[in-house]
Design a protein around this ligand. Structure first.
Ligand code: CAA
Length: 402
């Protein structure tokens, strides 16, 4: 597999990395201690095309490929997880499923403003009693005339209190297990919908995490995404996209930790010489280099599979599992190298440590991903063709106006 980046990819990476360093990081440093969502970054992110980076121009996107989604995620999470999470949820978990599963009317109504960044979108799957076990979700949807009435509670939802549109999952046929789940596009303002913010998280203080409550929430029947009963597959295919951004973002955290550790190791002296000369510090740095390189390879492979339109559930799961654990370990090691300074918020590592712990839990815990890997290896799990596959990247189609 050829991992060479194109001129366009290199230019995008340069521009987004500069944005992350000049605009995102200082904003986060100000917002994060106040637990504030960095809303002021959204217009600039939209203007740069980051909120529709891998969507076709005809749907308001920037016309880049799926590799570009990884590049942007890596560059943004180098600064902070909250901004990469916004892209993961808005693009990976909402816009791409609408692109993959939606009809033309849904694409025009919801995808176009989302890809342009004028509307923000989130994903309501997890519930107070159903996280890893998606099929156990308890929300219900009942068709009444030309509407569905949705009832239930969603929890740990990124952007719950910020999003204009939500992709919400509820059971239309509770007796049918995972095949009884359906997906709905819900707008803020639909009767019966309320949202709130969850306080007290260990990390991602600049990210909005909340709950969604639906009490006979009235959703027009035309807002059913895909067919009744396709919700589980829509959710899983969406997670194949967002987990890719989580993995790529984690590589950005490792890069941040590595850069800071190398700089500090040259500058800080103990026992009469820079700590860079101490072999135990060198070992920590070498391990970070190894994690960074392996993480990049796993992420690059997934981006290329997506571009080809090949199923990548196993490879994405592997990348997400490896990269998030590697980021958490790298943040811990970087703090160790920085000593007491690393433990303070003067540097970025303590924030990366708190943030990366979230990433080993959300979008499939490391334990779920180990089960997935074992099930593929043992032949218990195989990929079945879907009614709607994520389209392979075709530059002529993606970049054409209409
Ligand atoms: N794409 C499309 N279809 C898929 C699929 C995929 N990636 N993975 C599975 N399917 C299909 C299967 O082909 C199968 O189809 P049939 O009904 O035709 O047989 C069906 O879905 C069931 O598949 P499995 O038997 O493999 O499902 P499972 O129940 O054994 O395992 C699981 C599922 C891996 C445990 C899964 O439930 C899982 O990944 N859990 C973790 C969920 C998760 O990541 N949650 C976090 C959500 S993030 C959030 O909500 C908050 C936020 O804001 C980010």
């Amino acid at each position: 597999m050829d991992f060479t980046l194109s001129e366009e990819h290199l230019m995008l990476r340069k521009v987004v990395r500069e944005f992350a360093a000049k605009d995102v990081l200082p904003t986060i440093k100000a917002c994060e201690p106040r637990h504030e969502f960095p809303r002021e970054l959204l217009p600039k992110m939209a203007e740069m095309g980051l909120l529709g980076v891998c969507l076709p121009v005809r749907y308001g996107g920037a016309g880049f490929d799926y590799i570009a989604l990884g590049i942007v995620s890596e560059a943004m999470e180098w600064a902070d997880s909250s901004v990469r999470e916004t892209i993961a949820v808005h693009v990976g978990l909402n816009s791409l499923p609408i692109f993959q599963w939606g009809n033309e009317a849904q694409k025009q109504k919801y995808l176009v403003p989302q890809a342009k960044g004028t509307k923000l979108a989130c994903f309501g799957l997890t519930e107070p009693g159903a996280g890893s076990d998606v099929a156990a979700l308890n929300s219900r949807a009942k068709r009444v005339g030309d509407k569905y009435l949705l009832s239930g509670e969603k929890m740990w939802i990124t952007l719950a209190d910020e999003a204009d549109h939500m992709l919400v999952f509820a059971k239309t046929d509770p007796a049918a297990g995972h095949r009884g789940i359906s997906a709905f596009i819900v707008e803020r303002g639909f009767p019966g919908l309320t949202t709130g913010t969850i306080e007290g998280k260990l990390g991602v203080w600049a990210g909005n995490t909340g709950w969604i409550s639906m009490d006979n929430c009235e959703v027009p029947a035309e807002n059913l995404l895909g067919k009744e009963g396709e919700g589980f597959k829509i959710a899983m295919s969406a997670l194949d996209n967002a987990r890719f951004t989580v993995a790529a973002g984690a590589v950005g955290i490792i890069r941040s930790c590595l850069e800071a550790s190398v700089a500090y190791a040259h500058q800080r002296e103990t026992f009469g010489k820079p700590i860079a000369q101490h072999q135990l510090v060198q070992q920590l740095i070498a391990q970070m280099v190894q994690r960074h390189e392996i993480g990049q390879l796993l992420v690059n492979k997934v981006g290329r599979l997506k571009n080809r339109g090949a199923r990548n559930t196993r490879e994405t799961s592997l990348a997400k599992w490896y990269c998030t654990e590697a980021a958490f370990q790298s943040a811990s090691d970087a703090i160790q190298i920085h000593g007491a300074y690393g433990y303070s918020n003067e540097y970025n590592m303590e924030r990366h440590l708190r943030n990366s712990k979230g990433a080993v839990i959300y979008e499939g815990t490391s334990q779920i991903h180990q089960l997935v890997q074992a099930q593929y290896a043992l032949g218990f799990k195989t990929d079945k063709p879907m009614r709607c596959e994520l389209p392979a990247y075709d530059p002529d189609y993606w970049q054409a106006e209409a």
